[in-house]
Structures are given as structure tokens and as C-alpha cells.
Design a protein around this ligand. Structure first.
Ligand code: ZN
Ligand code: ZN
Length: 440
């Protein structure tokens, strides 16, 4: 009996020793690669490209993948790049990074700040900035690629890198999936991604099992009226008054018709009607952004929106032939649902490599990400999106003392702690892949 315990003890001791040896190798590799990745990040930050225009960015990433021995497919449904690295029998692991930037004028004052302008899809000249951290995601991804290639004797399996276009307009992942991502390339056993989070300190990661990001639907409403001179309201039906009533009544959907335990947002983000003070217009246009976690909930919300619009117009005396048009746009982003088992596993891996104090349980959020679509195909690939803390300890402390919060994503003064965020990202993701595809 005693000898059995001794054998077990020796087995665990060897196991722990081997594990910590691998951890040390991963830490050294992540540190080494972070210098390269930081330079890449500055270069990408200075040269941002809008959604569906990631021509140069995708070239840079595919060149790096090729250099590291990946089989690379360019222009996979647009500017998407797919890189495959086969390293023996083992699990297929997909890592996804997004590549696009936003139409924003950068105001950070960084040495490598963007001064770039591009033509958007409507033909307007707009400034461009990486204000959602996709420059960091790409750099972490490429740093992880280099680490994993350098440590290829520590793992067995297939690594698939998807450098994805147009995350910001939610068109990139659909194009990759429709082009046959899961039929032309091996089906992943899991798909992982990072998103930076300015509210979390650099050096930390945040994990959520289950729904982590909300789904989005966009609704366009045209409210009709009977226009005329502003001096003769009695001869008109004013669509501005109807639209105003609709805006207020929409607020009661979440507060009065939905369970308080059901996360839903109804935001009227734009309202346009009229040209002059003395003209009652014929119509008013509204644009709504809806956020949700469950399909049943959002269907209920849409039914309520239609009912409120119809009722407000009827109450104002509009005929049935001129009731509001309520259009739910076909482009939508489903919620991102992290596979709970996978998320738990990754939480354990992250705890081993950066310590439990740096692995945070975070709350789900109402922002959206089109990464969720990879988990909703018939292949039902388990996915996990990990928050990557991106604001320095000192800055968080300084802001906290003033009662302020760090600049959020999509801010022209987004201020990530680039070096530490990138190194942590490479460290955690390299460790994830090695632990998931352990040699024995
Ligand atoms: Zn964004
Ligand atoms: Zn983003």
C-alpha cells in the first residue's frame, strides 16, 4: 500500500515538475515574442484600414503566417486570411483575430497615432483609427503563432488562424463561414479569440461561461404623416408628434413588458424628420439598435415595437394604408455564447500561467462581437472569447482617485497598456493551445 502511495507521489511530482518546466518555456517565449508583436502593433495602429478594406493588413498577416510555415489562403470571402499549421495528430484549434478599424479621428497624441483617411462605403472621406484594439488582437495572434511554432515540440495537433475582416460591421465571420471555412479546412475542436477590455487591468484576463456578448438587431422605422404648413396643424397629421410618442412608448417595452431578469436593450440611436420650422413633414425616420441574449426575448420585443408604432399612428388618425413601416435589417449579430466547459478549462490554464489573482470572473456585457457566429454553424464548434485586460495599473489607480473610468472601446483617446497587454495575450493564448494539445 505504502509503495503505491510512493509511486503516485513520484508520478505527481514528475508531472508537476514537467508542467512547471513547460510553463517556464512558455513565459520565456511569450516575453521574447512580445518585442516583435509590440512593433507589429505600432505599425498596424499607424496604418488602420476600414471594414472590408483590410487589403494591406491582410497581406502583412499572411506574409507572417507563411514565414512561420503555415499554408495560407488569402482573400477567403473578401480579405479574410486562413492559415493552417499541421503539427502531427491532435486536436484542431482555431484562433481568430479581427483586422478592421473604425471611422474615427484619433486624439491620443501617441507617436504612432494614425493620421490616415480613407473613403468609406458611402464615398465619404473619413479618418481611420484602431479604437477597438484589433491592432492588439492581431499582434497577440501573430506573437502566439511565433511562440507556438518555436515550441512545436511541446504540442501536437493542427492550428488554424483566421484573420477576419469586417468585425465592426458584422460581415466578416459570415463571409468566412459561407465561403466554406469548416468544409475546406479541418473542423476545429474549439475556436478561441481575445477582445481587449479597458476596464480590466493589463496583465489580467476575464472569462465568462455562457453568454458573454449580446446579440444585435437593427430596426428602421418610417413614420408617415400628412405634411403641410406649420401654421395649419388642423389640416395636417404631424409625424414628428407620432414619432415622439413612439420613442417614449418604446421605453416601456424593457421596463414594463420584459422580465427584469431578461437582458434586453432598446435604443433609438437616430431620428430624422423635417427641413424647416414652418413645415410639417410627411415622414420621420427612426433607427433602433436592439440588444438581446435570447431569441424568444428579442422576438417579443419586435412584436411590441410593431404594435406601439401601429397604435401611435392609428391614434393620430393615420389611415391603415399609411401606418409605419417597421423593417428589421437582415444583417445581424447573434449573441456570443462561450462553451461553459471550455471556458472553465481555460480559466484553469490561465490560473496556472498568470495566477488566480489575474484571472477574473467578469459579468456578461451588452456589446456585440461577430465571433459568436463560428459557434452557431451545424458543426457546433465550441467557442470561447476571452477578455484581455488592457489598462495599466497606474492609470486605473489615477483615474479611480478622480472618480473616472478609462476611455472605453471606440473612443478616440483609447489608451491601452500595449506592452503588458500584448505579452499577457501571447502568454495566455500560447499556454491555452499547448495545454489543449498536450503531447501526452
Ligand atoms: Zn468595435
Ligand atoms: Zn472589437
Amino acid at each position: 500500500m505504502l509503495s503505491r502511495y510512493i509511486t503516485l507521489f513520484i508520478f505527481f511530482a514528475i508531472h508537476i515538475h514537467a508542467n512547471s518546466q513547460i510553463s517556464e518555456k512558455i513565459k520565456k517565449e511569450a516575453k521574447d515574442q512580445s518585442t516583435y508583436a509590440l512593433e507589429l502593433c505600432k505599425n498596424l495602429h499607424e496604418n488602420p484600414e476600414l471594414s472590408f478594406q483590410e487589403f494591406e493588413t491582410s497581406k502583412k498577416l499572411s506574409a507572417e503566417l507563411r514565414k512561420n510555415g503555415f499554408e495560407v489562403t488569402n482573400n477567403f470571402g473578401g480579405n479574410n486570411v486562413v492559415g493552417v499549421f499541421k503539427n502531427g495528430d491532435g486536436p484542431v484549434i482555431m484562433l481568430r483575430t479581427d483586422m478592421d478599424a473604425l471611422p474615427l479621428e484619433e486624439k491620443t497624441g501617441f507617436k504612432f497615432a494614425s493620421v490616415k483617411k480613407s473613403t468609406d462605403s458611402k464615398g465619404n472621406q473619413v479618418p481611420v483609427m484602431h479604437a477597438c484594439g484589433h491592432d492588439i488582437h492581431m499582434s497577440v495572434c501573430m506573437g502566439t503563432v511565433r511562440s507556438l511554432v518555436s515550441l512545436k515540440n511541446e504540442w501536437k495537433g493542427t492550428l488554424i488562424i483566421v484573420a477576419q475582416q469586417a468585425e465592426e460591421v458584422s460581415g466578416g465571420s459570415s463571409k468566412a463561414i459561407e465561403s466554406g471555412l469548416f468544409s475546406k479546412f479541418p473542423i476545429p475542436d474549439c475556436a478561441l479569440a481575445f477582445h481587449i477590455n479597458p476596464e480590466l487591468e493589463s496583465g489580467t484576463v476575464g472569462l465568462v461561461g455562457g453568454t458573454v456578448f449580446a446579440g444585435v438587431k437593427t430596426v428602421e422605422i418610417v413614420v408617415y404623416g400628412k405634411g403641410g404648413h406649420g401654421a395649419y396643424p388642423e389640416k395636417c397629421i404631424d409625424p414628428i408628434v407620432i414619432a415622439s410618442r413612439i420613442v417614449l412608448d418604446l421605453q416601456t417595452i424593457v421596463s414594463r413588458e420584459m422580465s427584469p431578469l431578461e437582458p434586453v436593450v432598446v435604443t433609438v440611436g437616430s431620428i430624422h424628420g423635417g427641413t424647416r420650422p414652418n413645415i410639417i413633414p410627411d415622414e420621420v425616420k427612426l433607427e433602433l439598435s436592439l440588444r438581446y441574449y435570447s431569441v424568444e426575448a428579442i422576438e417579443k420585443v419586435i412584436v411590441a415595437i410593431r404594435r406601439i408604432c401601429r397604435a401611435a399612428s392609428q391614434m393620430a388618425g393615420m389611415p391603415d394604408t399609411k401606418l409605419p413601416d417597421v423593417k428589421v435589417l437582415p444583417v445581424e449579430t447573434p449573441p456570443v455564447v462561450n462553451n461553459s466547459k471550455l471556458s472553465e478549462k481555460l480559466q484553469g490554464f490561465a490560473t496556472e500561467i498568470i495566477g488566480s489573482q489575474n484571472v477574473l470572473n467578469v459579468k456578461p456585457s451588452m456589446v456585440a462581437e461577430d465571433f459568436g457566429k463560428y459557434g452557431l454553424t451545424p458543426e457546433r464548434v465550441p467557442i470561447c472569447l476571452i477578455w484581455l485586460g488592457s489598462t495599466s495599473h497606474d492609470l486605473l489607480k489615477e483615474l479611480d482617485a478622480k472618480g473616472e473610468k478609462p476611455a472605453p472601446l471606440h473612443s478616440p483617446v483609447l489608451n491601452p497598456d500595449y506592452a503588458k497587454t500584448i505579452e499577457t495575450g501571447i502568454l495566455v493564448m500560447t499556454n491555452n493551445v499547448i495545454r489543449l494539445a498536450k503531447k501526452n
